[in-house]
Design a protein around this ligand. Structure first.
Ligand code: ADP
Ligand code: MG
Length: 274
């Protein structure tokens, strides 16, 4: 139940009175106005508690926002496209968003910021690196819990898999990841980030057959955003960094579509009847 006392205690985590309570005591606002303001405070507080808890559940420990992203630094990136993704319709459509680009170009930042938007909108989210997700699947398999683990990872309406391509995938890891991707296919949205082009996935997953099967699912109903720019991390030291590291994408163009997929780089492959 709503109560000013509840506000007093819950509003601050200490016994510090809220600004509204102070104004009541000082006779600055009357009862109804005070009630209104306290209600808003309580709702704001509950909302921020809900968001905090959901961010923890999502394993979103580093918070990034779209407002904190300097689009001017990455001119190859279409801001409108990212803002359209922030409307989260791709989650309802169970699409896959690929963020591709060299290190430091803001892939994790954007993936996190979109995940934060989803949490704020009340969507369930799970954020992980590819290495961690494969490790957790491998552990579950050893413990005879693979099916349960996959079911758990299918519960989130948005699964973010960060850092595809940085670390070599352990033997059997591609197969485990495929089982997860297949279980989510056309049921739940994903955001994937990678510094490697799709043509290199055979190498990334150590298995061209698994890579082809993965891409088959992950490029159907997909949005591919390719960032071709320099590293934000290195921006202050650009003159100290060799040209080949500093400039431009190291990513190969994506391969032509497989039987079902459309060419990567197309805006969206949703509503594909075939
Ligand atoms: P990537 O995942 O592509 O390697 P990150 O998203 O981790 O790169 O970005 C590296 C760091 O630089 C992070 O702290 C991120 O917040 C910051 N960053 C990257 N691009 C931008 C940008 N355009 N505007 C603001 N901060 C950025
Ligand atoms: Mg990253």
């Amino acid at each position: 139940m709503f109560s000013p006392k509840g506000i007093l205690l819950s509003g601050t985590g200490t016994n510090r009175p809220s600004a509204t309570l102070r104004r009541i005591e000082q006779g600055e606002i009357d009862g109804i106005q005070a009630f209104d303001e306290l209600l808003v405070e309580e709702l704001t507080l509950r909302e921020s508690r809900r968001i905090k808890a959901a961010l923890m559940m999502a394993r979103l420990t580093t918070i990034k926002t779209l407002a904190g992203f300097d689009f001017a630094f990455q001119p190859s990136l279409d801001k409108n496209r990212i803002m359209a993704l922030a409307e989260l319709k791709f989650i309802e459509r169970a699409e896959v968003v690929h963020l591709l680009g060299p290190p430091g170009t803001g892939k994790s930042h954007l993936a996190t910021a979109l995940a934060v938007e989803a949490v704020k909108a009340g969507k369930s989210v799970y954020f992980s690196t590819l290495a961690d997700i494969i490790a957790s699947l491998a552990k579950a398999e050893r413990e005879g819990q693979l099916r349960e683990r996959i079911r758990y990872l299918c519960r989130a309406s948005l699964l973010v898999v960060d850092e595809i391509g940085y670390l070599p995938v352990v033997p059997g890891g591609g197969n485990l990841f495929f089982q997860l991707v297949n279980a989510r296919y056309e049921k739940g949205a994903m955001i994937l980030t990678s510094n490697r082009g799709f043509a290199e996935w055979g190498e990334v997953f150590g298995d061209p057959v698994v890579a082809t099967a993965l891409l088959d699912r992950l490029l159907h109903h997909a949005v591919v955003v390719q960032i071709e720019g320099s590293s934000y991390r290195l921006r202050q030291h650009a003159d100290l960094v060799p040209e080949h590291v500093r400039s431009k994408a190291l990513i190969n163009p994506p391969p032509p579509p497989k039987k079902r997929g459309r060419p990567a780089g197309v805006k969206s492959t949703d509503h594909d009847p075939g």
